[in-house]
Design a protein around this ligand. Sequence first.
Ligand code: DAS
Length: 357
Amino acid sequence: MLASSIVRRAARHTLAAVCLSFLSLAALAQSKPNVVILATGGTIAGAGATAANSATYQAAKVPVDKLIAGVPELKDVASVRGEQVFQIASESFTNAHLLTLAKRVSALARQADVDGIVITHGTDTLEETAFFLTLTVRTDKPIVVVGSMRPGTAMSADGMLNLYNAVSVAANPSAKGKGVLVTMNDQIFSARDVSKTINIVTNAFNSQWGPLGMNVEGKAYWFRAPVKRHTMNSEFDIDKIDSLPDVDIVYAYGSVPATAYEAFGKDKALIHAGTGNGSVADRIVPVLQGLRAKGVHIIRSARVPEGFVLRNSEQPDDKYDWVVAHDHKPQKARILAMLALTKTSDTKELQRIFWEY
Ligand code: DAS
């Protein structure tokens, strides 16, 4: 009698334990972070005629649901759903695309049932969009922008693993508060200073200040953190911005003509992509002074890939009432200048903003 009651009690405990572990597994499965993938096009959504076409293909062909279906392992790291915001090659992005995308990201970030956001994007202007997002979306939730250098139809396509890494980082609480991130080629970069520096290899994205870390087999390894202002600590808020001022770039070179600068005489600001340390040819100095006198802000950036433009070195910026872009490349200086000019047209304030972001 005693023995059989002990066996029955043990059986009941075992059954309870099995049920409990099943429920906790089910609960665990439900408790995966919710990650939304906003698709905009690009090579990561590209398709080529053959597997040998790693560089000849059509961008912006594959819809977001097929991208997600193509990486079934995503469900191991997050509960994922997709939205197709655009389907374009990113060289075709405009200010209107930036505003629409950033407003959607901001709205999703405010939702309690969204833990992280991934944006799939063409690589050509990925750095501009990512910088715009880190300057304007007021959230500490992980936002990760990702692309690929080869279409999914090619041998050794990089898009699947890039997307898996992006979703892993977006689902990872350790990615909170680091600003908008870019994951490419197993590395995790800050949106602020990453650029596409090579045009057809998979390690195309780099920063002169290095990556923040790496994501390997779904796990993030961090080695540094951003020091400049972003997201929650930004003075720019996409929910209060509905238009962007005209800011254009002139790429300087030996014998660059004045017409290249005068063409943008109606802009709010002009980014001078100068040679060397943002140098200005002697014949162009009066042209820029004339534009400044007409109310156009002059922002000296540099066409060289690394370093930063020193204020009052190549040119007397204080005397000319010009701004320096610090380490921002021309295409990023334009993004920051547009946002800064939604707030102020005071030169000293503009320069503060270029020091702080
Ligand atoms: N044309 C490129 C773009 O859409 C393709 C890519 O590399 O994503 O940015």
